[in-house]
Design a binder for this molecule. Sequence first.
Ligand code: OGA
Ligand code: MN
Length: 207
Amino acid sequence: MVSQLSEAVLDVIADALVDKGYIFLPELIPHPISQVLLEKIQTTEIHELKAASIGRGAEQQLNPDIRRDRIQWLEEQSEPDSLYLDLMTQLKDGLNRRLFMGLFDYESHYAVYQPGAFYKKHVDALKGSQNRILTTVFFLNPDWTPADCGELIIYDEADNEIERITPKMGHFVIFLSERFPHEVTKTQAQRNSIAGWFRVSNSMHGF
Ligand code: OGA
Ligand code: MN
């Protein structure tokens, strides 16, 4: 499976990031790839995923009052992860060519939110302490209904809600990691996503 993000789509994404700092794309990832990613998550037992923690390094801790998803990091060596990671490399290179963002690498994890799980409002990049520049979230839930809740709500810097994204199969969102607080509302059904972060290299930030 070889697939290519078009130059036209990369233009649209780059323009939106400059104009407003985020973009919601109802379909970016080709269906055959979404399908194999979904199959992988559906055939992974919940106990094979690890409880997600908050904070970094020595500060890292489990905090079920803040987040209750279970995660598994994607790996370049395994399919279908490599198919998704290849598209993210195209996105990184396309944005670097257009915006000179200096994006250096990408880390991402599958996340499963079981019924009752949520992730309280947070920002992905604590000012200065992390090198996460751009967040992506991709959803893998084929039969989502409004009653299932589990929306991803994105806020602006003044804490006004600016976007409420249904975690439906194919939905994809990209936003500047430092700028947009966001939360996952309590889900009523199992909710699958892939959250990822483009980073700049530490040396470029002088850490
Ligand atoms: C995260 C996150 C949202 C989602 O992992 O930081 O905000 O919908 N995830 O998975
Ligand atoms: Mn987040």
